[in-house]
Design a protein around this ligand. Structure first.
Ligand code: HEC
Length: 319
């Protein structure tokens, strides 16, 4: 019934629906940029993603985007591709929050059937279902990267909002785990070191025991076996994990950077809470983080440890 009502409203009063949606989007993005309610518009509006929100999927979606979408939407997703000027309507800028505010199901519908009047083609014949979900997972991370510009080295207590994409890792004994396994158990410090950060990695290795007592696991993402030895790490799949988290490394100082799909960050670290949300970030090039002082880091972790569950797990946290 409500779906039918939504369809009717859409058909009769497209302007009004747009205005209401824009108003709601503005309020929500001010409130912290969460995924929000929307008016059901298509049979797929409430369809759930059938591909998990993981770094493999995001990296694959990024590749598919370059191949299939960049001609119109631009290689940096800004809506400024070479074919843009030939279309009846300008292609959407996909790097901004409104992209993540649509339901995953709506995105699936558009990707499958296109938006005929504006020149956005459907891809049902070109991309199979899994590939379409990969692209949607990528678009989610890419657009959340816009709000992620506001992340800092300081957590904001009781305010989780940015889901951490899942990935596989090996613990220091070589056993396979995934980020999800830490849910309700432990916080995670996800570290992307450069070769020159060997000292930082050594420090993390030495602090391992102390960190775990505080419910913090440090995980190193690097294809370099020597660098990652003796610490939980991502080696296989390091490239995909880096590409995905790189999308969440935008900051307010590079807002206008057209190459923001490839931030090419040097060292970066993310603090992920035990419910799977990224809560703080340290970009070595920009921030004075103080995370190398373990006492400071641990005092933030203790604040996280006192929080209870605020949101459902991030993979479910889409409309
Ligand atoms: C031939 C050009 C063209 C190609 C190729 C194209 N798009 Fe689009 N796309 C558009 C145009 C034009 C719009 C604007 C539609 C509107 O505003 O009504 C659009 C809109 C969208 C929207 C809606 C965004 C919003 O917030 O309203 C999404 C999502 C999207 N495109 C994703 C993609 C993806 C993903 C691909 C590749 C798989 C793709 N597009 C390929 C032209 C294109």
């Amino acid at each position: 019934m409500s779906l039918f009502w939504g369809l009717l409203v859409c058909l009769r009063e497209p302007q009004k629906v747009k205005a209401v949606a824009a108003g709601a989007a503005a309020v929500i993005s001010v409130a912290g940029g969460l995924w929000q309610i929307s008016v059901p518009a298509y049979p797929d509006t409430y369809r759930r993603p059938s591909v998990a929100y993981s770094t493999i999927s995001i990296a694959n979606g990024k590749r598919l985007f370059a191949q299939n979408c960049a001609a119109c939407h631009g290689s940096g997703g800004l809506g400024d591709g070479p074919a843009a000027s030939t279309l009846p309507k300008p292609p959407a800028n996909l790097s901004e929050p409104h992209t993540a505010l649509h339901t995953a199901g709506d995105m699936f519908w558009w990707l499958s059937h296109g938006i005929p009047k504006s020149g956005m083609p459907g891809f049902a014949d070109v991309l199979d279902e899994q590939a379409r979900w990969d692209v949607i997972n990528f678009l989610r991370t890419f657009s959340e990267g816009f709000q992620a510009r506001l992340l800092s080295p300081e957590i904001v207590p009781d305010h989780p909002w940015l889901g951490a994409p899942n990935f596989f890792l090996e613990d220091e004994n070589g056993a396979e785990r995934e980020l999800k396994d830490f849910r309700e158990q432990s916080n995670v410090l996800l570290v992307f070191p450069e070769k020159s950060d060997a000292m930082r990695v050594k420090q993390l290795r030495l602090e391992q025991k102390r960190f775990r007592k505080e419910r913090l696991w440090a995980i190193i993402v690097s294809p370099d076996a020597k660098l990652a030895a003796g610490v939980p790490n991502v080696r296989r799949g390091a490239q995909e994990v880096r590409e995905s988290y790189d999308l969440l490394s935008r900051s307010t100082t590079n807002r206008g950077d057209p190459t923001r799909l490839e931030m090419g960050r040097h060292s970066m670290e993310f603090l992920i809470d035990r419910f799977g949300y990224i809560r703080a970030r340290c970009l070595q090039e920009e921030d004075e983080c103080g995370w190398q002082n373990s006492d400071e880091l641990i005092s933030q972790v203790r604040v996280l440890n006192r929080e209870s569950k605020i949101l459902p797990p991030p993979a479910q946290h889409v409309h």
